[in-house]
Design a protein around this ligand. Structure first.
Ligand SMILES: Nc1ncnc2c1ncn2[C@@H]1O[C@H](COP(=O)(O)OP(=O)(O)OP(=O)(O)O)[C@@H](O)[C@H]1O
Ligand SMILES: [Mg+2]
Length: 394
């Protein structure tokens, strides 16, 4: 069991920022712990919400006389997008620093809200990582149930918590969107997308399996991504800016949430599911490290000409006209023994004369021994994650 309070990796930025993250990942708790003395406006409080929705400029008087550099927290900012015009003005006139928290960029963006054009940086919070949980990190539990804070803290109630989580998400986030007026097709889509966790998504097939129009499938995936519940993993093409494409993979932010969406909470996960769950976990850790260590590197998967795949490629140097791109490869296998054939896709990539240099190759597996096989570092999951957070992977 983790301690009552789990220290997060995310550090407070120097200046104004948006903090986005799905429901229940600990955004409010992190804000209160990071800015204990700041005036805190929680727009979930209905009287505050009503007052500020009617008169957004009142926030200035509510903060009162405070010096330049004062931090002010606005939680659930998406509920009153108009407040952002006021925030913009107060940053300029008072020099106050704002922490603006929300569970969806989508509502702000679609509402045409003032996103403060460069005056605020963006930060993300996700489920607990292995390094945040420390000794309480339990790989097999994470593969089964994920690491949503409430799930990690109450492992015996994981199924009920995850079930309620997805239901609440559907009710609050999705219905409120207005885009999804009709719930049954969205629920069918969720089940299909849950089962596809970690796989290349053929949106035509998703449309058929969920009986929803193809164009609606695009909207649904973008809702999952905007509410940060899912992340696409693009296919890497050297020299081409990495971006989401029709041939990308889709990973849920957390294996437990994928399982809930798929409707598999009451079935023991099979081996194939757990394999994708391990990839989901590694992708989560790569993303969080990439973000909190300020690396901002492109992460993708790679498919060789022969159709072999490398699970994760991190671009550590961008290609220019004078030098090739550099990448680090990570191949993930849920197995107690490492099979050297699994190195083949990484080695094939390293041999390609394409404009690409493979700096390091990692094999991550569920065994206990470490190896170095001719340039490929094979590591147990915990050892790999330890090196990742020590900055020794990228
Ligand atoms: N750092 C932490 N240590 C221990 N428990 C935590 C931590 N962060 C969150 N929790 C647990 O998870 C619950 C949800 O956290 P919190 O309300 O901060 O999430 P949130 O991201 O603000 O969610 P929402 O979008 O619903 O407001 C908390 O009530 C607490 O029980
Ligand atoms: Mg909150």
């Amino acid at each position: 069991m983790p301690h009552a309070f789990v220290e997060r990796l995310l550090r407070l930025p120097e200046r104004a920022f948006f903090l986005f993250g799905p429901r229940g990942v600990g955004k409010s708790m992190w804000l209160r712990a990071s800015l204990p003395d700041a005036p805190y406006f929680d727009l979930l409080e209905s009287s505050l919400f009503l007052e500020l929705a009617r008169a957004p400029d009142r926030i200035e008087a509510m903060v009162g006389q405070r010096p330049e550099g004062t931090w002010v927290v606005v939680d659930e900012v998406q509920k009153v997008p108009a407040l952002l015009d006021e925030v913009h003005r107060l940053i300029e006139t008072k020099g106050w620093r704002f922490a603006l928290c929300g569970s969806s960029v989508r509502k702000l963006r679609h509402g045409g809200a003032n996103l403060l054009a460069g005056r605020a940086v963006t930060r993300h919070l996700e489920c607990f990582t292995s390094s945040e949980l420390g000794p309480a990190f339990d790989l097999s539990r994470s593969l089964e149930w994920g690491s949503l804070p409430l799930v990690s803290l109450n492992p015996h109630h994981a199924a009920d918590i995850l079930d309620a989580y997805v239901n609440t998400y559907v009710k609050e986030e999705i219905k409120e969107e207005g885009i999804v007026r009709n719930l049954p097709p969205f629920l069918r889509f969720l089940a299909v997308a849950g089962i596809l966790n970690g796989q290349v998504v053929n949106r035509q097939n998703v449309a058929r399996d969920a009986s929803v129009p193809r164009s609606t499938v695009d909207v649904y995936f973008s809702i999952l991504e905007d509410t940060l519940l899912g992340w696409s993993l693009p296919a890497y093409r050297p020299g081409v800016k990495v971006r989401e494409g029709a041939h990308g993979k889709f990973y849920w932010m957390d294996a437990g949430i994928a399982r809930a969406a798929a409707g598999l909470l009451r079935d023991p996960p099979d081996r194939i599911w757990r394999g994708f769950a391990l990839e989901t976990l590694i992708y989560h850790e790569l993303r969080v490290f990439n973000h909190t260590a300020d690396k901002h590197r492109a992460i993708a998967f790679y498919r060789t000409a022969a159709g072999m795949e490398v699970d994760f490629l991190i671009e550590t140097r961008t290609r220019t006209s004078s030098h090739p791109a550099h990448v680090v490869c990570v191949e993930v296998k849920l197995a107690d023994r490492w099979d050297r054939r699994w190195e083949a896709p990484m080695r094939a990539l390293a041999m390609t004369p394409e404009s690409l240099v493979v700096d390091r190759m990692f094999g991550v597996y569920a065994g206990t021994r470490e190896y170095v096989f001719d340039g490929v570092e094979v590591l147990p999951v915990a050892a790999f994650l330890g090196r990742l957070y020590d900055g020794e992977v990228f």
